[in-house]
Design a protein around this ligand. Structure first.
Ligand SMILES: Cc1cc2nc3c(=O)[nH]c(=O)nc-3n(C[C@H](O)[C@H](O)[C@H](O)COP(=O)(O)OP(=O)(O)OC[C@H]3O[C@@H](n4cnc5c(N)ncnc54)[C@H](O)[C@@H]3O)c2cc1C
Length: 424
């Protein structure tokens, strides 16, 4: 925040914004188009830009993304397994411009001034907004595990952002000896894509079974239980017997340190030597959200789930992995679902209406093999008594369900979410 601290700003703004009651204050004057700026063109931001246009054709919508190429994390474990090449993960937002008239700007946002309602780009350009949506994704906590910092991640991939990191992990797996050990370390919740590390272990095992059948995968988990646990454990037993070993923190304690040159992970009770090491570190909201003081001490951004407006700074909405939408998991599906609620509520607020109670969904598929997938789903609504989202329904793939059918559903889900989030 330029010039003033957030605390001073809230004094200036009063508490109305923090309570989500600022709708009327941001309505543009008659005859001018309301300006909505969206920062981050991933699953959350692209969906928000699209649905803002679908819900209100009169808005002036600008979507700002810093990367030339966005590679989807969802699907990246399949690329690691060798089912597709990296280009298959590339997502284009051109349709948002050509079909829906969204202004696409490629630039890094370096500053947000909530008082003047301005977004500043790296080249010095200022873009004004009436309402701002940010979906900046996550940053790795490079200070959380001794020995694992940004430099170490160039040797030891996290591959928790798709692109260069994905390629690094693939190359290391290809170079590994038959009989080698792949170690994946998994952080405590919350982090991006709770079942993702276990899907990764499965799909690395799928690759090893074909090309290095004497190798194995060890998962060193900071948790004592994990998403879709019984389904994953059964899958590993059935299709990768003896190849995938999950070790909970109950047995090993926490990770003490990592030696990135010797490929060693030392836990409280043991020392493990890997041939390929994949460290998935703890995470936090993307840099811009933290710089703007939209994050609380947890590192994530508190929001009012009716509109996903920040509870710390008015007129700014945070969606996707960066926001706290507990008990929703941090997933592409959640980001897409939150973006739609956020877009509808912004249109309400700009027109002087209070957003109604939200209802959101999430459905996460995980592949274990090309013809074997499992899933978990949830429905989330606002609880007036708990003053937050609560799960009102949900379930998992039944133990006796056809995993081949789930794999077909998983493939069609991906086509649908890609089109729904990125196409015009
Ligand atoms: C291995 C793996 C597998 C996964 N599989 C699935 C799955 O099967 N299903 C599922 O639902 N989810 C899955 N996910 C999770 C999913 O990828 C994320 O939850 C999703 O990408 C979150 O969307 P987002 O918009 O919050 O962030 P992102 O998609 O990361 O988008 C954030 C964007 O903001 C941009 N940005 C950040 N800061 C700035 C700035 N200052 N200026 C301009 N632009 C900026 C970034 O460049 C980025 O493009 C998976 C994740 C991983 C790691």
């Amino acid at each position: 925040m330029s010039g003033i601290t957030r605390r001073t700003f809230l004094k200036v703004a009063g508490t109305a914004g923090a309570l989500g009651l600022v709708g009327c204050s941001t309505a543009p004057s008659k005859g001018t188009k309301a300006k909505v700026v969206v920062i981050g063109g991933g699953y959350g931001g692209s969906t928000a830009a699209k649905y803002l246009r679908l819900f209100d054709p009169s808005l002036d919508i600008t979507l700002i993304e810093k990367l030339k190429t966005y590679y989807s994390c969802a699907g990246s474990n399949e690329v690691i397994s060798g089912w597709h090449d990296l280009e298959w993960l590339r997502r284009s937002r051109d349709g948002l411009r050509t079909k829906l008239g969204v202004n696409l700007v490629r630039a890094k946002v370096v500053e947000i001034d909530p008082q003047r309602r301005l977004v500043s780009l790296k080249d010095g350009t200022d873009i004004p907004y009436d309402r701002l949506v940010i979906s900046p994704g996550v940053d790795m906590r490079f200070d959380a595990i001794e020995g694992y910092d940004l430099n170490a991640s160039k040797l030891i991939p996290h591959a928790w952002k798709a692109g260069k990191q994905t390629k690094l992990l693939i190359n290391q797996l290809k170079a590994m000896r038959n009989g080698g050990v792949v170690i994946i370390t998994v952080p405590q919740n919350p982090y991006r894509c709770p079942p993702g590390p276990y899907e990764r272990a499965s799909l690395i095992a799928n690759y090893l079974q074909k090309f290095k059948p004497r190798a194995k995968v060890i998962i060193l988990d900071a948790k004592t239980q994990f998403s879709k646990q019984a389904l994953f454990l059964k899958g590993w037993q059935d299709i990768y017997p003896g190849m995938v070993e999950w070790i909970s923190s109950e047995k090993e304690g926490r990770i003490d340190h990592i030696d990135p040159t010797k490929l060693i992970v030392a836990t409280e009770f043991n020392v493990h030597r890997a041939d390929v090491l994949n460290v998935i570190p703890p995470q936090k909201a993307g840099w811009l959200a933290r710089k703007t003081e939209l994050a609380d001490p947890s590192g994530w951004c508190p929001v009012d789930p009716h509109s996903f407006e920040s509870t710390l700074i008015p007129n700014i909405h945070i969606i996707g992995d960066a926001c706290i939408a507990t008990p929703m998991p941090k997933s592409a599906f959640s980001a897409n679902s939150q973006a739609k609620i956020c877009a509808a509520s912004i249109v309400d607020l700009l027109n002087g209406r209070q957003p109604g109670p939200p209802s959101l969904i999430n459905h996460c598929y995980s592949f274990l093999a090309p013809d074997y997938a499992i899933s978990i789903n949830g429905v989330y609504e606002y609880s007036v008594t708990e003053k937050q989202l609560v799960a009102t329904g949900g379930g998992e793939t039944p133990m006796d369900a056809d995993r081949g059918r789930e794999a077909e559903f998983a493939r069609s889900w991906r086509e649908n979410i890609t089109s729904d989030s990125f196409d015009g």
